[in-house]
Design a protein around this ligand. Structure first.
Ligand SMILES: [Fe+2]
Length: 121
């Protein structure tokens, strides 16, 4: 579950920095994003090892369940933070789509035996 919050944070703090023209907030968001990328990379490394011990069907079930959870969670976060999204010029559906893309990319890395690309951007 912690990983879920961190993946959503990657989109949320990027958007929050766009919502306000406050340089202190923008620096804070950049710092938070840097931290969160490290946290996600850590989870990816740990979970990849765990996934490697699971049967393929178990991996698929875990990934599909997590992606469904993330989709619903992104929708709830987008609704709850709709004012910030509006200030940033980001639609709720755009926010949700970005979270789903990050989730899908990370899920792909977890399912493959050797994750290759970093979850950046
Ligand atoms: Fe984190």
């Amino acid at each position: 579950m912690l990983l879920s919050a961190e993946v959503i944070a990657l989109t949320y703090y990027r958007v929050l920095a766009l919502a306000y023209s406050d340089p202190v907030l923008q620096v804070a968001c950049e710092r938070i994003l840097l931290d969160e990328r490290g946290h996600v990379a850590f989870h990816r490394a740990v979970l990849s090892r765990e996934f490697a011990t699971m049967p393929p069907a178990g991996r698929t079930l875990a990934v599909l369940s997590w992606r469904a959870f993330m989709s619903v969670t992104a929708k709830a976060v987008a609704w709850d933070h709709r004012a910030v999204l509006a200030l940033a010029g980001v639609s709720r559906s755009g926010f949700e789509a970005e979270v789903r893309r990050s989730t899908r990319r990370l899920a792909r890395m977890l399912r493959s035996p050797e994750p290759s690309a970093a979850l950046a951007s």
